[in-house]
Design a binder for this molecule. Structure first.
Ligand SMILES: Cc1cc2nc3c(=O)[nH]c(=O)nc-3n(C[C@H](O)[C@H](O)[C@H](O)COP(=O)(O)OP(=O)(O)OC[C@H]3O[C@@H](n4cnc5c(N)ncnc54)[C@H](O)[C@@H]3O)c2cc1C
Length: 442
């Protein structure tokens, strides 16, 4: 098969991988490119502390059904990718435990209601108010407003906002609640707490480093099925004559029949701006902002463990501590700081000292870490601000045979592994739907 009969997938992040797997499952010859030397994009393996960690700590939830389906599609048992644990939330500060909530594993709506009813740290009156206003909390505003504005409008108690909803907003939308989109936040709440299937709110922590968890096995699976995987090859030019697409890497040109562009919005804008029918939307995508995530990896003796695999800190720069025991990294704890803030102006040494000092105050049972390393992802996710949904494009474009994928496309979800995988699958399905336009052999 020559390249001209293939579909090219640009980007081997979780979206591009999902698209390529979907295409191959339908027998469509595929060629996959990524500028980076390894697959996985923003969810990949990275070295720190002399071991393989991730470019940033990732947490999934049971509602990530597309991710789990993708794992199964390439022959991976879900438990080989994620360790599933019951939803457990604990928020602490220097005075002790402020909030503690534990749901049974595989909890359905009854189990979750029980978890909220029995949570420690909220008064009976506050819980009653939350229970009464639960339906309002799950009803997205028709016109987007900020999460802060929304939570108050739907009668959430201030203490629940501070200890539960604000931390969840920053963790899931990677955007401060006073700027974040309430429409997106409600979608997160519905997918986790209002899902028909039980276990949607379970926490799923990677069972090994992220690259080994899915992207590397997926690339091996694709390679075994005849997909040409070109890592370390950035696509720098994309043209079409209306029937075929020409991709240029600077070293080589490839002619293909269809293209899935599965790259972040700024890269996407650069790739498509030269195609006249897409020039104006390219300018819109270039306007989508980004937010950072910092992960500070800390090394302790292997017997040191957190009381819960995921522990929240309140009133500190450090937001979450994650015990990497689930991925066989006993004694390694990831301190996560989502979204922009004054910490971005600190040097790595200053940030490590701050995080260590905060852990010392809030989790005094931990000894000082013997080693630490900061990984900053400056463009970790799109900025999930009020009104963002209006800027996110569907998979289909004005050019037949060219579709978009990526966590930033119109998945209805924030920038997540699940959104990325769903987008990749949708993009592949979209190409199949427009079969007559892209050629009989698709
Ligand atoms: C630190 C951090 C923590 C996160 N935490 C979580 C979490 O806890 N839970 C969660 O669900 N999500 C989390 N996310 C978000 C999640 O990682 C992303 O939503 C997801 O990985 C995006 O996948 P993608 O395929 O859409 O994009 P990307 O991963 O960005 O993939 C795009 C790929 O395209 C390649 N590329 C770009 N331009 C070109 C070009 N011109 N030619 C060829 N290749 C190109 C890039 O190299 C990249 O590999 C986190 C992200 C970060 C960075």
């Amino acid at each position: 098969m020559t390249d001209s009969g293939r579909v090219a997938v640009i980007g081997a992040g979780w979206a591009g991988i999902a698209a390529a797997v979907s295409l191959v499952e339908r027998g469509i010859p595929t060629i996959l490119f990524d500028a980076a030397p390894q697959p996985g994009g923003r969810a990949r393996t990275a070295p720190a502390l002399g071991i393989e960690v991730d470019n940033g700590q990732h947490i999934a939830i049971g509602a990530y059904t597309a991710v789990l389906d993708l794992a199964r599609s390439i022959g991976l048992a879900p438990e080989r990718v994620f360790v599933r644990i019951a939803l457990t939330l604990q928020q602490r500060d220097a005075t002790g435990i402020l909030l503690s909530l534990r749901a049974p594993k595989d909890a359905g709506q009854v189990g979750l209601a029980f978890a909220f009813a029995t949570a420690r740290g909220l008064s009976a009156g506050q819980k009653l108010k939350m229970a009464r206003n639960w339906p309002r909390l799950l009803n997205a505003p028709a016109t987007d407003i900020s999460v802060s504005e929304f939570l108050r409008a739907v009668g959430q108690p201030e203490r629940a906002i501070k200890l539960l909803w604000d931390p969840l907003c920053i963790a899931t939308l990677n955007t401060a609640p006073d700027r974040a989109s309430a429409q997106l936040f409600v979608r997160v709440l519905k997918e986790s707490f209002d899902a028909a299937c039980s276990g949607a709110a379970d926490l799923m922590l990677p069972a090994c480093d992220l690259g080994a968890a899915l992207p590397q096995p997926a690339v091996a699976w694709l390679h075994d099925r005849g997909v040409a995987v070109h890592l370390g090859e950035r696509i720098t030019g994309l043209e079409t004559d209306g029937r075929r697409f020409k991709l240029a890497t600077g070293r080589r040109e490839y002619e293909v029949r269809s293209v899935v562009v599965a790259v972040p919005p700024d890269s996407c804008a650069r790739l498509i701006e030269g195609i006249p029918a897409l020039a104006s939307v390219a300018a819109t995508y270039a306007r989508i902002g980004t937010q950072p995530i910092c992960t500070v990896y800390l090394r302790y003796p292997p017997e040191v463990a957190l009381p819960f695999p995921v522990l929240g800190l309140t009133g500190t720069t450090t937001q979450w501590l994650v015990d990497r025991r689930t991925c066989a990294q006993d004694g390694v704890i990831a301190a996560v700081i989502s979204a922009d803030g004054p910490h971005m102006a600190l040097s790595n040494e200053e940030l490590i000292s701050l995080v260590q000092e905060e852990i010392g105050r809030c989790v005094p049972e931990l000894p000082p870490a013997s080693d630490a390393r900061v990984i900053r992802e400056k463009r970790a996710t799109f900025d999930a601000v009020v009104g963002i949904e209006a800027l996110r494009p569907a998979a289909a474009t004005a050019v037949p045979g060219l579709v978009l994928a990526g966590d930033w496309t119109a998945t209805g979800l924030p920038a997540t592994l699940e959104g990325a995988v769903r987008s990749g699958r949708t993009a592949a399905e979209m190409l199949l739907q427009i079969k007559p336009t892209v050629g009989a052999d698709l």
